[in-house]
Design a protein around this ligand. Structure first.
Ligand code: GNR
Ligand code: NI
Length: 189
C-alpha cells in the first residue's frame, strides 16, 4: 500500500478522458488499495484514478472521511464536556467503469470541494438522485438507486473520468475567481 501524489489544477492530465478497465487483475486491486490510502490520508470522501495520474475508469468513495491514523481530536464544542471525533465506521465503496443510467429531473445543490482544487468550495447543482451501474474488482455488475451526498459524490467522481472538474460547472467569472484565489493561496504558502 502506498499514498500516491494527488494531481492539482492546472495539471493537463486532469482533463484526460479515462479509459475503461478491461483486466480485473492484481494491478487493479493495488491501484484501488493505494487510492483508498491516498483518499483517507488527504482526507477526502472520494477519489478518481486520474487524480493520482492513472487514466482508468476507477473510483473510490467513503462518505466517512476522517483519517483513522489521525490523533483523536478533543472537542469542546458541546457545552464543555470533552469528547473525541472518530469516523463512526468506514464504508469503503469501489466503482469500476461506473455509469449513470438514469438521472432524476429534480436537482440538488451541494457545496463541493475537490482534492485537485484544494481549499476552493462552491455550490454545484446536479440531479438529486441517480440510478448508477458499475463493476466491482471481480468484474461483476451492480446497479443501485442513490440520492443525497452519495449521488452528488458519484457524479463529481464520474465527471473526473470525463476530464471535468466541479469548477467547470460554475460560471466563467466564478471559475476564474476560484482559480485566482487558489493561485493567491499557493503564493502565500
Ligand atoms: O472530498 C471531497 N469532498 C466532496 C464534497 C462535496 C462533493 C464532492 C466531494 S469529492 C471530494 C474529493 C474529490 O476531489 N474527489 O474527486
Ligand atoms: Ni474531485
Amino acid at each position: 500500500m502506498a499514498i500516491r501524489e494527488i494531481l492539482e489544477v492546472p495539471d493537463p492530465r486532469l482533463k484526460q478522458v479515462s479509459k475503461p478497465v478491461e483486466s480485473f487483475d492484481d494491478d487493479l486491486k493495488t491501484l484501488v488499495e493505494d487510492m483508498f490510502e491516498t483518499m483517507y490520508d488527504a482526507p477526502g470522501i472520494g477519489l478518481a484514478a486520474i487524480q493520482v495520474g492513472v487514466p482508468l475508469r476507477v473510483l473510490v468513495i467513503d462518505l466517512q472521511p476522517e483519517d483513522e491514523d489521525a490523533e483523536p481530536e478533543v472537542c469542546t464544542a458541546h457545552g464543555g464536556h470533552h469528547h473525541t471525533h472518530r469516523p463512526t465506521k468506514r464504508e469503503p465503496r469501489i466503482f469500476v467503469n461506473p455509469e449513470i443510467v438514469h438521472p432524476s429531473e429534480d436537482v440538488a445543490v451541494y457545496q463541493e470541494g475537490c482534492l485537485s482544487v484544494p481549499e476552493i468550495y462552491a455550490d454545484v447543482e446536479r440531479p438529486a438522485a441517480i440510478r448508477a451501474r458499475w463493476q466491482d474488482l471481480e468484474g461483476n455488475v451492480h446497479e443501485e438507486e442513490m440520492e443525497g451526498l452519495l449521488a452528488t459524490c458519484l457524479q463529481h467522481e464520474i465527471d473526473h473520468l470525463e476530464g471535468i472538474l466541479f469548477i467547470d460547472h460554475l460560471s466563467r467569472l466564478k471559475r476564474q475567481m476560484a482559480l485566482k484565489k487558489l493561485e493567491k493561496l499557493r503564493k502565500a504558502a
